[in-house]
Write a protein that binds this ligand. Structure first.
Ligand SMILES: [Zn+2]
Length: 305
């Protein structure tokens, strides 16, 4: 079990909702799928590293900053003497390594993950100096997609390919390790410095406005809009998923809050967003139960308790 588990990045949460509620251009769709794929790769690697038996602390997804420069570590593992971090790539298909560069098989140059770990390594080292940590740092790139292939792969670079991942895990499992409170303090310090990135700082999120987004409950499992309410439950006509209306309403409130952090949560707006609830009373009852009401009558709105 990871000491710091991974959660869905805020940006991806926003993209998922928008993908469902508006029509992306092909460029936006491409960006969304790229993000989805990256996350899928990280989760794939999590499943492997969580099987490690040795005494270590796993920290998934750290956004850190040193000297006003930010960097991100996909996966970090603290062992007794060494701090490992991994740059996880979910690339699929054929790539080529040519003159210290990564290219697609169409010759398009892509971001070099070896440069990425070099940069992160130097920033992490600076951070460790500031914090007074003396842990040795070791970094590598891991390609996790079984359908990835790199032509002219260099043999002298810190890279692990899909068929080598089991071997990598064995190597880590053989790392002699006995952790103490000192290691836990390093982990806790890094977690305390982790910055949850605001999704709105990403300029690549498509612009959207409340009026133009598709309204209505969506299925919690398959995202379908074909949902109806039967005796207090939301039932999906596409996949058969059943969800209690209260939980579906709260999920919808979460969506509104994530997309429109400045918008006031009112009965009317939640009613409009959910779509198929027959009466505003149902919405009202749930909001009163779960939130604090500010103001009275038609000007009232709800905030977290
Ligand atoms: Zn469904």
């Amino acid at each position: 079990m990871a000491y710091k588990p991974r959660s869905v990045p805020e940006e991806l949460k926003v993209l998922r909702i928008l993908n469902n509620r508006m029509d992306f251009t092909s460029e936006q769709q491409k960006y969304y799928l790229y993000k989805e794929k990256g996350f899928e790769g990280e989760v794939r690697f999590d499943l492997l590293e969580e099987q490690l038996q040795s005494d270590c602390l796993i920290l998934n997804d750290l956004n850190l900053e040193v000297n006003n420069t930010s960097f991100q570590l996909d996966t970090s593992i603290i062992f007794q003497d060494t701090f490992y971090f991994f740059e996880v790539k979910n690339y699929e298909g054929d790539y080529c390594y040519r003159e210290e560069r990564f290219e697609t098989n169409f010759g398009k140059i892509i971001k070099n993950p070896l440069d990425q770990i070099k940069r992160s390594n130097s920033l992490l080292l600076q951070l460790f100096q500031v914090l007074g940590f003396s842990q040795t740092i070791d970094a590598c790139v891991v390609f996790v997609n079984p359908e990835f292939f790199l032509y002219q792969a260099p043999i002298d670079k810190p890279i692990f390919y899909p068929p080598q991942l089991k071997q990598l895990m064995r190597k880590l499992d053989n790392e002699p390790s006995k952790l103490t409170n000192r290691h836990k303090r390093i982990a806790d310090k890094l977690i305390s410095l982790h910055q949850v990135k605001s999704p709105y700082s990403h300029t690549k999120i498509p612009t959207y406005d409340y009026e133009r987004l598709r309204k209505g409950f969506t299925c919690s499992k398959c995202n379908s809009f074909l949902c109806s309410i039967t005796s207090g439950k939301l039932v999906c006509a596409d996949c058969g998923q059943v969800e209690i209306v209260e939980s579906a309403v709260l999920r919808s409130v979460g969506e509104i809050k994530l997309l429109f952090p400045d918008k006031r949560i009112t009965t009317n707006c939640v009613y409009e967003w959910c779509g198929v609830v027959e009466s505003k009373k149902v919405i009202n009852r749930i909001l009163i139960k779960r939130f604090s009401r500010i103001g009275h009558g038609k000007f009232s709105y709800y905030v977290d308790k």
